[in-house]
Write a protein that binds this ligand. Structure first.
Ligand code: ACO
Length: 329
C-alpha cells in the first residue's frame, strides 16, 4: 500500500474535525466533498452558505455531512473576539481590533482550533504561507517546550534506495529563514517526531552542511556543529549526527569513508538543512529533477495542528494534507 493511502486510512479512524477557512474556494469545496465521502475527517467550511452552495452546485459536490460557518454571523463570534483580545492585548490589540480580525476566516479558524471547536486547520490554497502562519502562530502558538514552528516535507523519491527505500523527511523547507543553532536542534527533534508519526520509521537525522566532520572551517559550519551538540544534549534518544554533507548523509560508502563510526552517516532518513534557502531549494530540486512526490509542508511544533497548502495545490493535495493533519491531532 502506498504511503498516502495509508495516511488516509489511518485518519479515518480518528474522527477529527478540521476547519478549512478558505471555504468558498473551488478546490477546497471539492476536496471537502471527498474528505466527507471517504470519512477522513469532519469538515467545517468557513464562508457564506450561499457562496459555498453555489460552488458545490457547479461541481456537483454533496454538502451533506459538511458544516458551513459564516464567521461574521457565528454564534461564537463575540466569544472568539474576546479570546483574541485576551491573547493579544499585551501587544496593544484593542477589543475593536480583535472583532475586526475575527471576521477574517484565517483568524476565525485559528480561534476555533484554539478553543477546541476544531482539532486542526488547513489553508493556503488562496493565501500565502505567511498569511496562513501568522494568525496560527499568534493564537495557537507552539507546543510546550518548543520555541519555533518549522515545516517538513515527506519526500517520496521513485526508484531510490536512499533513506527508507526512497522516503525521507526534509526540514525546514518552509518557515524559518535563518534558524539559530538552538532552532536547528529543535527542527531535528520535531522532524524525527514527524517521521515517526506520519511515516512510521525510526528517525536517523543528518544535520546537513557543506562540510563533513571538520572538512571545512566556517562560521556557518560552526552553527551546524553547535546545533548537533545541542540536539544530542536535549534529545539523548535521537539518533543524529552532523555536520554532514548530503552525500555523506545518504550514501553508505561515502558516509563510512567521510564520517567513520557515525551512528547515522550513510543511512540518514531525516535531512535537516542549515537554513530556509538550502531547505526550500533542496526539496524543489529533488521534486523536479528526481520526479519525487513532495508531501507537505507539514507544520511541526504547533500546539495544535495547522497545515499550509501551496496556492498551486490540487484537490488531492488538499485531501492528503487534511489526512496528515488528522494524524497530527
Ligand atoms: N515559530 C513560532 N512562532 C513564530 C515563528 C516560528 N517559526 N516565527 C514567528 N513566530 C511568532 C513571533 O514570535 C510572533 O509572535 P508574537 O506576535 O506573539 O510576538 C508572531 O509569530 C509573528 O511573528 P513576526 O516575526 O512578526 O511575523 P512575520 O510576519 O515575520 O511572519 C513567518 C512569520 C510568516 C513565519 C515568516 O517567518 C515567514 O514568512 N517565513 C517564510 C515563509 C515562506 O515564505 N516560506 C517559503 C514558501 S513555503 C514553500 O515553498 C513550501
Amino acid at each position: 500500500m502506498n504511503l498516502i493511502q495509508s495516511i488516509k486510512d489511518k485518519a479515518k479512524g480518528k474522527k477529527a474535525t478540521i476547519v478549512l477557512p478558505e471555504g468558498t474556494e473551488e478546490r477546497t469545496i471539492q476536496a471537502a466533498g471527498i474528505i466527507a465521502k471517504e470519512n477522513i475527517a469532519k469538515v467545517i467550511l468557513l464562508g457564506t452558505k450561499d457562496e459555498v452552495e453555489a460552488v458545490a452546485q457547479k461541481f456537483a459536490v454533496d454538502l451533506s455531512g459538511l458544516q458551513i460557518i459564516n464567521p461574521t454571523e457565528a454564534e461564537k463570534f463575540e466569544e472568539y473576539a474576546q479570546d483574541l483580545y485576551e491573547l493579544r492585548k499585551h501587544k496593544g490589540l484593542t477589543l475593536d481590533d480583535a472583532r475586526q480580525l475575527t471576521k477574517y476566516p484565517l483568524y476565525f479558524g485559528s480561534l476555533m482550533v484554539n478553543k477546541g471547536d476544531a482539532d486542526g486547520m488547513v489553508a493556503g490554497a488562496q493565501n500565502t504561507t505567511g498569511d496562513v502562519l501568522r494568525p496560527a502562530l499568534q493564537i495557537i502558538k507552539t507546543e510546550k517546550g518548543i520555541s519555533s514552528v518549522s515545516g517538513a516535507f515527506i519526500m517520496i523519491v521513485p526508484d531510490c534506495k536512499f533513506g527508507e527505500n526512497g522516503i525521507m523527511i526534509f526540514a525546514d523547507c518552509a518557515v524559518n529563514p535563518n534558524p539559530t543553532a538552538e532552532q536547528l536542534a529543535e527542527i531535528a527533534y520535531l522532524s524525527g517526531k514527524t517521521a515517526k508519526a506520519l511515516v512510521g520509521f525510526e528517525p536517523k537525522v543528518g544535520m546537513l552542511s557543506f562540510s563533513t566532520k571538520g572538512s571545512a572551517k566556517h562560521e556557518l559550519v560552526d552553527k551546524v556543529v553547535k546545533a548537533t551538540q545541542i540536539a544530542r544534549e536535549k534529545y539523548p534518544d535521537l539518533a543524529i549526527d552532523g555536520e554532514l554533507q548530503a552525500d555523506a548523509a545518504l550514501v553508505p560508502e561515502v558516509g563510512s569513508s567521510k564520517a567513520p563510526g557515525s551512528e547515522v552517516a550513510g543511512n540518514v532518513n531525516v535531512l535537516v538543512f542549515p537554513d530556509l534557502q538550502a531547505g526550500n531549494i533542496g526539496y524543489k530540486l529533488v521534486q523536479r529533477l528526481a520526479k519525487a512526490e513532495a508531501v507537505g509542508p507539514v507544520l511541526q511544533g504547533m500546539n495544535k495542528p495547522v497545515n499550509d497548502l501551496s496556492r498551486g495545490c490540487s484537490i488531492d493535495d488538499i485531501v492528503n494534507t487534511v489526512a496528515m493533519t488528522v494524524l497530527q491531532c
